[in-house]
Each structure stands twice: as C-alpha cells, then as structure tokens.
Write a protein that binds this ligand. Structure first.
Ligand code: AMP
Ligand code: FE
Ligand code: FE
Ligand code: ZN
Length: 285
C-alpha cells in the first residue's frame, strides 16, 4: 500500500486539475491519495467523479493557520484536515474568510511589486489562477512569465520571501480555533510540515503539546521539507503526545520539484486516521 496524504491541485496552488492529479497518482502506483487544497473543498467533486478504479481518495484540505507565541510575532501553521463535513457552517465560513483574505493580501504584494516597476498585474494573476485559491505560487509564476526571475523557487527565495519588503502577511486562523472547527465538523486535524525550519520559524514542543491538548490528532513526520533530525524529533513528539503520524509529498505539480509519493504514510496510521474521521467518507471502489 502506497499512501500519499498531502497534495494540491489547480483548485489552489498546484498545476494539475483534480482529474489530472488523479491520473498522476495512479500512474505513480499510489493506492491512496488525499486531495488537500489550501482553504477549499472545491476540488472534491471532480476528484470523486474522475477517480480511477483502484485508487482511494481521502477528501481533505490544508487550512492556513497561525500560532501566537507570547513574545514573538505569529508563526504560520498549516493544518491538514481530513474527512470533515464540507457543509459544516463554521468551518465553511472560515474557509471563505481565508480565501477573501488571500485575495486582498495577494493584491497588496502585487501592487507593491508593480509600484517598484516589476511588470506584473493583479488582473493577470487572477486570470491565470482560473478561479483557484490564489497564493504566492501564482505571483511567482507571473514573475517567471515576465522574465523577472528564473524559477518559482527563485521568486520564493527573493521577492516573495517573508523577509522581502514586498511580502504581506495574511490574517490566518488561530490554530486552536482551526483544530476546534475541524473536530466539530467530524474531521481529523494533522499538523503539516511542523518542524520545517527551511520554511521559517517553527513551533516549540510546548506549542505542539498545546495543540494536542486542543484536539490535534496527528502530525506529518515524513515530508520533503523535514530533515532526518526533524523527522526523528517529530516522531518522538507524536509518541509522547499520543498523536498519529503521516508521510506525504505535498505535491504541487510543476510549481515544485517534488514528485508525487515522495514520502508516504504507514498503512496502520492511515487506518487510525480513517477511523477518526466521521464527517465525510472516502472516495473508493
Ligand atoms: P501562501 O499560502 O500564499 O503564503 O504561499 C505559500 C505556498 O507556497 C505554500 O503552499 C507552499 O507550498 C508554496 N511554496 C512555498 N515555498 C515554495 C517554493 N520554493 N516553490 C514553490 N512553492 C512554494
Ligand atoms: Fe501550496
Ligand atoms: Fe503547507
Ligand atoms: Zn501543502
């Protein structure tokens, strides 16, 4: 059984439609894939309708959250959520608020770049996103198209980096509230790439313990952005806190170089996750 529990389609900031993503997953020999677009469930229907025989699809999402330390600015937290009720009103409203927030914040970044002479426009980026949830990868692709940078990666390392003068933050959900919303919708909240220091500041052990106290059920251990030491530390934390562990690629099509299935989840952990999710059913044969 090969199980990849974190992928993105063009419904957010991946480059393949849900239908293409399903075919990619099957062609890569995966048995289970979760669709976890940022702040939306809009890809679920297409995934259900185009799922190849033999592939199991876990309906999911990656919710944009923040942790508020006592003595520092907020830290970005990505909260994976699986098998929740897509119609649960409070979680649905929070997703909608985050998508709006992304639009305002994306426009602020692009306006700041344009004001300094970078040849990008917000209208072009919105059009290129084709109705998908807009994120920095869309701005990065526009910068590549305009010849400003050579790659999406280079854009993230420079103009779109959190320390860039063009960066704008978004008002993400307090992660304890996010966990509560996912649980109230019957879902399974899992802390995504939680120790990926290459992405920026990360939470300390006490903060992860507080998330567990708030109802977190799992942590992503095997992720392309985690070093071996970070994986080992996260695995130890999960054991101490009684959390389940997952592994996944965080596939974004050609927006990243990581192939689908680059990291995978242990079948027993997957079974535990499915048993904990009561808000939606798997899409399967
Ligand atoms: P945003 O949610 O708009 O702040 O943008 C963050 C998104 O960009 C996340 O989904 C990441 O997966 C993606 N991302 C972060 N770093 C990179 C990178 N170097 N190349 C491509 N995508 C990235
Ligand atoms: Fe992304
Ligand atoms: Fe993420
Ligand atoms: Zn992701």
């Amino acid at each position: 059984m090969r199980i990849d529990l974190h992928t993105h389609s063009s419904v957010s900031d991946g480059t393949e439609t849900p239908a293409e993503l399903m075919r990619t997953a099957r062609a890569a020999g995966l048995d289970v894939i979760a669709l976890t677009d940022h702040d939306t469930t809009d890809g679920w229907a297409a995934a259900r309708d185009t799922r190849p025989e033999g592939l199991t699809v876990v309906p999911g999402m990656e919710l944009s959250c923040r942790w508020f330390p006592d003595d520092q600015p907020p830290i970005s937290v990505h909260l994976l959520a699986y098998l929740f009720d897509p119609d649960a009103p409070a979680l649905s409203a929070e997703r909608a608020r985050l998508r709006e927030e992304r639009l305002g914040r994306g426009e602020r970044i692009v306006e700041a770049l344009a004001a300094d002479g970078y040849p990008v426009t917000w209208a072009e980026i919105v059009e290129a996103s084709a109705g998908g949830v807009v994120g920095r990868p869309h701005v990065a692709r526009a910068l590549v198209r305009a010849g400003v940078v050579e790659s999406v990666d280079a854009a993230f390392a420079t103009l779109l980096h959190p320390r860039s003068p063009y960066y704008a933050a978004k008002a993400d959900t307090d992660v304890r509230q996010g966990i509560a919303l996912v649980r109230a919708a019957g879902g399974v909240p899992v802390f995504a790439h939680g120790l990926a220091t290459k992405r920026g500041r990360v939470l300390d052990d006490a903060a992860v313990a507080a998330m567990a106290e708030a109802g977190l059920l799992g942590v992503e251990v095997d992720h392309p952005d985690h070093s071996d030491a970070e994986r080992a530390h996260m695995r130890g934390l999960a054991a101490d806190l009684g959390l389940l562990t997952t592994g996944s690629s965080d596939y974004h099509g050609t927006n990243k170089t990581t192939p689908i299935g680059a990291c995978t989840t242990d079948p027993a952990q997957f079974e535990a996750l499915v048993a904990a999710g009561t808000g939606a059913a798997l899409f399967r044969d």
